[in-house]
Write a protein that binds this ligand. Structure first.
Ligand code: DX5
Ligand code: ZN
Length: 226
């Protein structure tokens, strides 16, 4: 799938899965587009999750493209390693990066898509030029660190701005939203212009994660404006 294809992409976040059964969690959402992997270092965010060895193992355990979301300090040093480990998309935070463009180039050189993420309080305008070096923009719709938080509709103007830039041909990006996405919120995000939807608790908290993915996809498809 390429940016702007008008097909929503659903990326279940394994942060809400059972960490002792990640391969089974991946199997349960085999109809998804990407598998979202939240890497946290207990420095950039106050939580510690998984790192490179688990990403390598997951890559062997599933055919789903891995969407690694690095919530870590010093991504310039660590991000390319995730691309080398087989991630399809490697997203890092602009707030943590020393040289976002150089890091994007290193990720792409290692064979992955490069993604830039902004926290809810980080404006987008200063990075519109830098985003020309990226494949994905991840707009956080909660404060990064934990699953199960409430969606922040007040960040949607950033999604609208990014979609406007893509429509005008200034940028070519997947526009991904992450945090609090579920049946009650995915339509607002899709209307604003998102085309990749991360969902943790709404998928892995459901009785049937595979059906939850399909339900979210249907809702997004009905509301998307790419
Ligand atoms: C939060 C993570 C999210 C999280 C989303 O920092 O980046 O990917 O897993 O979880 P939900 O969908 O439950 O808000
Ligand atoms: Zn995430």
């Amino acid at each position: 799938m390429s940016p702007g294809s008008a097909e929503p992409m659903i990326a279940p976040s394994i942060l809400s899965a059972d960490f002792a059964r990640l391969a089974e969690a991946a199997d349960a959402v085999s109809g998804a587009d990407w598998l979202h992997v939240d890497v946290m270092d207990a420095h950039f965010v106050p939580n510690l999750t998984i790192g490179l060895p688990v990403v390598k193992s997951l890559h062997r355990a599933t055919d789903l493209p891995l969407d690694c979301h690095l919530m870590i300090d010093d991504p310039d040093r660590w991000a390319p390693g995730y691309a080398e480990a087989g991630a399809a998309n490697v997203t890092f935070h602009v707030e943590a990066a020393a040289d976002a463009v150089a890091t994007a180039r290193a990720i792409r050189a290692a064979g992955a898509l490069a993604g830039l993420s902004v926290k809810p309080g980080t404006p987008l305008e200063p990075y519109l030029e830098v985003l020309r070096e990226f494949d994905t923009l991840l707009v956080m719709t909660v404060e990064p660190g934990f699953g199960g938080q409430e969606f922040m509709a007040e960040v949607l103007p950033k999604v609208r701005l990014a979609r406007k830039e893509v429509r005008a041909g200034h940028l070519r990006l997947f526009i991904e939203v992450d945090g609090g996405i579920g049946g009650d919120t995915i339509e607002a995000a899709a209307e604003a212009g998102a085309d990749v939807f991360v969902a943790g608790s709404a998928v892995f908290g459901a009785d049937d994660p595979g059906r939850a993915v399909e339900g979210l996809r249907r809702q997004a498809r009905g509301s998307m404006s790419v």
